[in-house]
Write a protein that binds this ligand. Structure first.
Ligand SMILES: Nc1ncnc2c1ncn2[C@@H]1O[C@H](COP(=O)(O)OP(=O)(O)OP(=O)(O)O)[C@@H](O)[C@H]1O
Ligand SMILES: [Mg+2]
Length: 349
């Protein structure tokens, strides 16, 4: 079965979506068959991959024949339709034959309340028993259809029931961060919410009503792969400037002293050998990404990763082009190393 990795932080704008796309692409470059799933009702990932400009264009894909997005995929369970959940017809990605997108839907937000009730009551209502296991079930069916090996889940910035479900039914999770005060705060709130989610999942797994459901709640213990820190500004070479370094250090401190002990006592860590196999100490970011500058806009314009734009797409010449290409090579190397670390962590399980 494919391994599912959630990109989770309830803090907004920390590069979850950008990471899902670029890291997914890099893992696909390395020969993995990757399915990226847009679980954020904002649908930024879907918009980015498909290059939609207007709400009308989104509407068109929603109206197309068949099951083509996450909301329609889940509808049989959430709208008690007399049909079973079926795999989603995914979007292919120009230039990356190893990667597929399971598109998001703004209407996914409408399922949040119902899922919340189903999870609160933890299956005491028979009519809701199919909901907690339905998300992973839908993803697994779609994985099978596309023969995917890795699944990347792009999540919304929230601590709502959908994210609770997505995180606790993923095999692994990564916490993207930005080097600022809010990410330091986020580390603390994650440390208080994760134990609650963990004990909820433990209970859900033990309830026979959820096991006997059409879509049984999966028996999964999500494991922490690490943090990714984004958008620090370069000083000289490729080390973060002083102000950013201060926040990166504070984040690391919070991760080491608060988050990791919490994860450990909730069984959410891999073995020590797994972490040491990456060459990065547990608590340090598995990927530190500097500011993409102009490359981010070009990446979005051309629906291509920041590390893999052609000379033509870069729209530059001479020394400017050479400089941009050098920074693109740096991003390529960073993502490649990050992807290798992730693969090494997963291989150690
Ligand atoms: N390394 C980077 N350098 C420059 N800009 C970046 C970088 N990473 C992300 N961005 C930009 O920062 C913004 C937020 O990134 P992104 O949308 O990926 O974050 P997010 O965590 O998915 O946000 P949300 O919580 O709203 O879903 C976007 O405009 C993105 O283009
Ligand atoms: Mg996002």
């Amino acid at each position: 079965m494919a391994k599912q990795i959630a990109l989770f932080n309830h803090k907004g704008g920390v590069s979850k979506t950008t990471t899902a796309f670029n890291l997914g692409w890099m893992l696909a470059n390395k020969g993995k068959r990757v399915l990226v799933i847009d679980c954020d009702p904002q649908c930024n990932l879907t918009g980015m991959v498909l290059g939609y400009k207007s709400a009308d264009e989104f509407e068109n894909i929603y109206k197309a024949e068949g099951v083509r997005n996450i909301r329609d995929g889940l509808a049989p369970a959430f709208e008690s339709r007399p049909v079973a959940i079926a795999p989603v017809t995914c979007e292919t990605i120009d230039g990356q034959p190893n990667m597929y997108l399971l598109p998001g839907h703004i209407g996914l937000a409408e399922y949040e309340v119902t899922l919340g009730i189903a999870q609160e009551l933890s299956g005491s209502l028979v009519t809701l028993q199919n909901l907690p296991g339905s998300l992973r079930h839908l993803f697994d069916l779609t994985v099978e259809k596309y023969n995917a090996e890795l699944v990347i889940i792009d999540m919304s910035p929230s601590l709502g029931p959908i994210n609770q479900n997505l995180l606790m039914t993923s095999d692994y999770f990564i916490v993207p961060m930005a080097p600022d005060y809010f990410s330091v705060m986020a580390t603390e709130s994650l440390s208080s919410v994760l134990p609650k989610w963990s004990s909820w999942a433990k209970q859900a797994k033990s309830l026979s009503i959820l096991q006997k459901a059409n879509y049984p709640f999966p028996d999964i213990n999500p494991k922490f792969l690490g943090t990714i820190v984004q958008k620090f500004r370069l000083r000289e070479g490729d080390t973060p400037s002083k102000a950013f370094q201060k926040w990166i250090d504070e984040i690391e401190e919070g991760v080491r002293t608060v988050l990791i002990p919490t994860l450990k006592s909730n069984g959410m860590l891999l073995t020590d050998e797994a972490y040491s196999s990456t060459g990065v100490q547990l608590g340090q970011p598995i990927l530190q990404m500097s500011d993409f500058n102009s490359l981010i806009a070009l990446s979005q314009k051309h629906k291509a990763p920041v590390f893999q734009l052609s000379d033509e797409q870069l729209e530059q010449t001479g020394v400017v082009l050479e400089r941009t290409k050098r920074s693109m090579e740096l991003f390529y190397q960073l993502y490649s190393d990050g992807a290798d670390r992730i693969l090494s962590l997963i291989d150690h399980e």
